[in-house]
Structures are given as structure tokens and as C-alpha cells.
Write a protein that binds this ligand. Structure first.
Ligand code: NAG
Length: 289
């Protein structure tokens, strides 16, 4: 009874303080958050790509990454690449990297399961899975089919509004198609959960984090504001991928900068989010979860 009252009180506080956030509670990425690209098996690349955030292959060795021009760090814990603003990590790097990657892989799987399993979709089978355009308001969108982005779409909402797209099939964004944000909406608040293969066409613009069970192929010169979490492999072709929560830089000093960003983000952020970077470095906890 007391617990119930506390929950109600907390709910009221959240409601009173932040009544304007629309859409589902955010999907927590956990320790996967610093990765612009996290794959379980391989990451292929056709240069030159520009990636902001860490790149990791959880069950791979250095041969699991191609054409990154990797330079092994003296610590033996990661490598660097001129194409990556962050660290490149594989399962055979020195400790603590294998544990870190294993934890991130678990968190990636948990985030996928959470996103895919959220009940109460606001929209089911929108445009029969062939999206030819329009404005998509915050909420949960569910398709039991493949989805193709065949026109330009806009996601309009505030900086705290959220979108979860649940796709039980492949996802295909056709060449030149653009997904844009409006009204202050942020890419980290957009989740594409895909049970299948992902094909992002050439010269596209995409917003949001991808969580996919199948291979993710990013076409030539695509620009993606978001991170890619693939339970299998990722293939890049001269891609620009900017992960909002991704690590910048590769030196230990950059860890502190990242912590600062985390604190900063939350001090400037809305009242319904609480960050405690001291508990688990690099991670922001959302008090609504
Ligand atoms: C990486 O792993 C593969 C598959 O286990 C193996 O064939 C290959 O020799 C390894 N490469 C390196 C550099 O360790």
C-alpha cells in the first residue's frame, strides 16, 4: 500500500513536471550507448566512412573488421582508425575490452527485446509497410511485415518525445529517401527495432538508433544520425554515422569529456531525467524506468 502510494506520488511528480513528453518511455541502451556501431560478428567497410562513436565486434578478432586502416593502441585494449572518432574494439583485445564488449552485447540484446516487445502500439501496419511519405507523430508503430521507406518522411516532436518502430520483417530505405526531424526532436529518441535484414540505400538520410537481428547494409554516402546495433554484421560504404551518445576520441582523457557531456546533457535537460554518471560511467539513467 505504501509502495503503491509512493509510485502514484512519483507518477504525479513526473506528470506535473513533464506533461509534454509524448511517446513511449525511452529504450535504455546501457553500456552499448557509447558504440556508434556494435555488431556480434563482423563490420565490413568501404572507405572512406566517418563514424562518431566506438566501433565494436563482440565475438570477433581484428580480422572481423575490414578496411578501417586500424592502428593498434599501445595499451592493446583497442585500435584506432582515421575513419572513427572513438575506439575500435574486438573480443580478442586485452582486458577489460572483452568484458566490456560482452556486457555491451548483452545490453544491445536487452534493448532490442525491450523495444520489440513494448505493448500497445499506437499505429499498426501504417501504409501497409510501404511508407511513401508524411509526418509521423511520436508513439509506437508496429508492422508484422517488411517495411520500405519509399518517400521522404518527417518525425515531428519535442526534444523529449519518443518513437519506437517495431518491424517484424526486413527494413529497406530506398535510394535518396530522407528521414528528417522537426520541432526539436532528437535522433537518440528514435528507435528502429527490426527483426530481419536492414538495407539503407545510397544517398539517404536516416535518424535514430537501429537495433536489428539481421545484417545491416548501409549504402554509399548515406548519412545516419544514430547508432547501429546489429546482432549479426554491419556493412558500410562511405557512410557518415554519428551516434548521439557515442564516445568521442580514443584517449583516456576523452572518457572524462564524455562524462562531462553526460552531466551537461542532463543539467540542461528536462526534469524527468536523472543522470548519475558516477554509478556507471557514460550512462544516463532515466528515472521513469
Ligand atoms: C580471427 O578468427 C578467425 C575465425 O575464428 C580465424 O580464422 C582467424 O585466423 C583469426 N584471425 C586473427 C588475426 O586472429
Amino acid at each position: 500500500m505504501h509502495t503503491a502510494h509512493l509510485k502514484i506520488a512519483a507518477g504525479l511528480l513526473a506528470t506535473i513536471g513533464c506533461s509534454l513528453a509524448a511517446g513511449p518511455a525511452p529504450v535504455v541502451l546501457g553500456s552499448a550507448k557509447t558504440f556508434a556501431i556494435l555488431a556480434n560478428t563482423r563490420v565490413f567497410n568501404t572507405p572512406t566512412s566517418a563514424i562518431t562513436g566506438d566501433v565494436g565486434v563482440a565475438s570477433g578478432n581484428i580480422s572481423s573488421l575490414s578496411n578501417f586502416g586500424l592502428v593498434r593502441d599501445a595499451s592493446q585494449q583497442f585500435s584506432t582508425s582515421a575513419q572513427v572518432n572513438g575506439r575500435v574494439m574486438v573480443g580478442t583485445d586485452d582486458a577489460p575490452t572483452p568484458q566490456l564488449l560482452a556486457g555491451a552485447a548483452v545490453d544491445m540484446q536487452a534493448a532490442f527485446t525491450d523495444a520489440m516487445g513494448r505493448p500497445g502500439a499506437d499505429f499498426v501496419g501504417l501504409q501497409n509497410g510501404r511508407i511513401v511519405g508524411g509526418n509521423l507523430v511520436p508513439g509506437i508503430y508496429e508492422w508484422t511485415t517488411a517495411v520500405t521507406i519509399a518517400g521522404d518522411i518527417t518525425l515531428t516532436g519535442s526534444s523529449t518525445d519518443t518513437w519506437i518502430f517495431q518491424i517484424s520483417g526486413s527494413f529497406n530505405q530506398e535510394t535518396n529517401m530522407r528521414i528528417t526531424l522537426a520541432g526539436g526532436a532528437l535522433p537518440q529518441n528514435v528507435i528502429w527495432a527490426i527483426e530481419g535484414i536492414v538495407t539503407i540505400g545510397a544517398n539517404t538520410l536516416l535518424q535514430g538508433n537501429i537495433l536489428a537481428t539481421g545484417n545491416v547494409e548501409v549504402g554509399a554516402n548515406a548519412v545516419h544520425n544514430g547508432c547501429i546495433y546489429a546482432l549479426t554484421t554491419v556493412e558500410l560504404n562511405m557512410a557518415t554515422i554519428s551516434c548521439p551518445g557515442g564516445r568521442r576520441g580514443a584517449s583516456p582523457a576523452d572518457d572524462d569529456i564524455h562524462t562531462g557531456m553526460c552531466r551537461n546533457f542532463n543539467s540542461n535537460s528536462v526534469c524527468d531525467r536523472v543522470c548519475d554518471c558516477r554509478v556507471r560511467k557514460f550512462e544516463c539513467f532515466d528515472s521513469r524506468r
